[in-house]
Design a protein around this ligand. Structure first.
Ligand SMILES: NC(=O)c1ccc[n+]([C@@H]2O[C@H](COP(=O)([O-])OP(=O)(O)OC[C@H]3O[C@@H](n4cnc5c(N)ncnc54)[C@H](O)[C@@H]3O)[C@@H](O)[C@H]2O)c1
Length: 335
């Protein structure tokens, strides 16, 4: 059986996912696409032999569509995910699940009322080979109880439209999810320190930022977000446990020894760094849709990250330690 997928949003990542679902992932076919830019949707549909459907909610309701991928802009996500739950269809939604924690909670409640999981959120780091290897080491108890985690998230540069809160909302959200997932616990407190800003970018942007998180069971995490570091895209993570440490590997590259120097490359952006993770993410999503049982990042994960992100933005603005307060986790998301 083939899962007939409808994709809403044919921009950068939407086109990328369409290419994956069409070219590299078995058991899936993109049968319909939709975008407010109808010309673009028709162009993309024509290239893959799909149907362009003008409205996203019409695409969701269409009988030819078994499962939905939402890759439109963030503020549209909640409406489409809720419509998919209403239709009883599986939906893969790129991050963020919704732009407010309140809307994420509406989705959690709608899914709970439906009675089983339909929603997966695009936190693709969980599908990166290095992060997965780190989780296996932690879960096997190899480094003992985790105590501290050090994380770094650097981009070469960002556009002028990027503002200080986006260091949390757009950038650190990936770590907010991976920390919770790697450690199997929720973030309880958050704080942001702002050192002297780099002179390489516009004056209103506070860059870099040093974020501090504390989990419910007392692990302390530091995260450096530096989005104009100039030299490349650099993701680092090290977990320190009672018996040892585990560190994310650097992406492989040749080491050139020449003229008294040893040189290796640094990747330039996230598309190359996480290309395999994106492939694996969608492949496993299709497999779980076939199996009728989702196991990737849930609506609860989308909600918990939204609450942590809001708290961290408040911490950035106030300079204070801010508590992260979640509602009770529904049974559907336990285990
Ligand atoms: N997981 C990741 O690492 C990752 C990476 C990139 C983007 N994203 C997320 O994916 C989403 C899309 O990002 P992008 O970079 O592809 O953006 P983009 O601007 O390139 O594409 C967004 C598309 O949505 C369309 N759109 C806008 N309003 C719409 C509506 N009401 N209905 C249907 N389509 C609509 C736009 O016309 C555009 O084609 C964002 O939420 C972003 O945060 C996630």
């Amino acid at each position: 059986m083939t899962v007939r997928v409808g994709v809403i949003g044919t921009g950068r990542i939407g086109s990328d996912h369409i290419r994956r679902l069409t070219g590299t992932i078995p058991g899936a076919e993109v049968v319909a696409v939709s975008d407010v830019d109808t010309e673009r949707a028709e162009l993309v549909a024509g290239e893959i032999g799909a149907t362009a459907i003008p409205g996203g909610t019409d695409l969701i309701a269409d009988d030819r569509v078994d499962a939905v991928v939402v890759t439109s802009i963030g503020p549209t996500h909640a409406e489409y995910v809720l419509a998919a739950i209403d239709s009883g269809k599986y939906v893969f939604c790129e991050k963020p699940l919704a732009t407010t924690a309140q809307d994420c909670l509406r989705i959690v409640r709608a899914e709970r009322e439906f009675g089983s999981r339909l929603v997966q959120v695009g936190f693709m780091r969980r599908y990166d080979a290095g992060y997965r290897a780190m989780k296996r080491v932690i879960d096997a108890g190899e480094i003992g109880t985790p105590l501290i985690m050090h994380c770094v998230h650097r981009n070469a540069s960002v556009p002028d439209s990027y503002h200080s809160a986006m260091a949390v909302q757009d950038t650190a959200v990936h770590e907010l999810d991976t920390i919770r997932w790697l450690l199997g616990t929720e973030i309880a407190r958050t704080q942001v320190h702002v050192p002297r800003s780099t002179a390489n970018r516009f004056p209103h942007l506070r860059d870099p930022q040093l974020m501090r998180f504390e989990t419910e069971d007392g692990v302390h995490i530091d995260l450096e977000v530096f989005v104009n570091c100039q030299y490349g895209y650099d993701i680092q993570c090290e977990t320190v446990g009672e018996l040892g440490t585990v560190r994310l590997p650097d992406p492989p590259d040749v080491a050139v020894r020449k003229a008294g120097q040893l040189r290796t490359g640094v990747l330039q952006d996230w598309t190359t760094r996480f290309v395999d993770a994106f492939d694996r993410e969608l492949r496993e999503w299709i497999e779980s849709v076939h199996a009728g049982r989702l196991c990737g990042p849930s609506a609860w994960d989308g909600y918990a990250v939204a609450v942590s992100s809001d708290a961290t933005v408040r911490a950035l603005e106030s300079g204070e330690i801010v508590e992260v307060r979640l509602t009770e986790k529904p049974e559907l998301y336990q285990g």
